[in-house]
Design a binder for this molecule. Structure first.
Ligand SMILES: [Zn+2]
Ligand SMILES: [Zn+2]
Ligand SMILES: [Zn+2]
Length: 269
């Protein structure tokens, strides 16, 4: 879990996929399909979230508090979070929000959380108890400083740029963190946001399944976005049980891979 040692990595970041599944999680409760009963560990997908270790600042950023945050943190050996970036307030991306309190307890400090205005409003409503009292004690509830962001902001000296994308009617934030661009739950990426993805070394993008879907990119739609951006590597997340890791991987050109829970990759600065 080492603190980032910049060394030759410069501006780079390390990304660990904590979860890579769609909102049901895979296996889906009560489903006996080939993917839900697969022996391939890469077909077991918890709800989509990721942790970013910033080599330039030595800081650890969590993207979303997925339903399985506690299990994901245990699996990844995650014992420190310096800040949380929220993409949107759908339940699969927020369900582990209360587990942030353990990091307050470990770190004896409150935790900055960054979210767009609509996401912040929903978090305040849904987790009102977490915002009701100012830091009464550590560990009993999340102790958070919620920052509403609507444009680039700095986290411990790293410039982070929200990337607005359309998730059906809802605007969701992707995030550009130096050489990494992370976009989950997108169906459409406006031209101005495509510009914010350009030059990324690593692009993370959602791809639900082969068939089109009203609020998520399909596999082919995600590939088209990657081909427009041309990162060194792209990783697809938020898969449904309609795609096995092996079958989906076989459909992809080189330079695009299906992510899986626990995979760690480097974005080079
Ligand atoms: Zn989602
Ligand atoms: Zn299934
Ligand atoms: Zn969503």
């Amino acid at each position: 879990m080492g603190e980032g040692d910049s060394g030759a990595d410069g501006d780079g970041v390390e990304l660990t996929f904590l979860g890579t599944g769609t909102s049901n999680g895979i296996p889906v409760i009560g489903c006996r399909c080939a993917v839900c009963t697969s022996d391939d560990p890469r077909d077991r997908r918890s709800r989509t979230s990721a942790v970013v270790r910033d080599r330039a600042t030595g800081r650890t950023l969590l993207i979303d508090t997925a339903t399985e945050l506690r299990l994901q943190a245990l699996a990844a050996g995650l014992d420190r979070i310096d800040a949380v970036l929220m993409t949107h307030a759908h339940a699969d991306h927020t369900g582990g929000f209360d587990d942030l309190r353990r990091f307050n307890e470990i770190q004896r400090a409150h935790l900055p959380v960054y979210a767009g205005p609509n996401t912040a409003a929903t978090l305040r409503e849904r987790y009102a108890y977490a915002f009701a009292d100012a830091f009464p004690f550590y560990g009993g509830k999340p102790d958070l400083i919620l920052h509403e962001v609507d444009g680039p902001f700095d986290v411990f000296g790293r410039r982070i740029e929200p990337i607005p994308v359309l998730h059906g009617q809802m605007t969701v934030f992707g995030y550009r963190i130096g050489p990494l661009a992370y976009v989950t739950d997108a169906k459409e990426i406006p031209a101005s946001s495509l510009d914010l993805l350009r030059g990324a070394d690593v692009l993370v993008l959602n791809a639900l399944r082969e068939r089109p879907h009203p609020t998520h990119l399909s596999l082919a739609e995600a590939v088209a976005v990657v081909e427009a951006i041309r990162p060194r590597m792209a990783y697809l997340v938020h898969l449904s049980h309609e795609l096995s890791h092996a079958d989906a991987s076989a459909l992809l050109p080189t330079g695009i891979e299906i992510a899986y829970d626990g995979l760690t990759v480097d974005a080079l600065g």
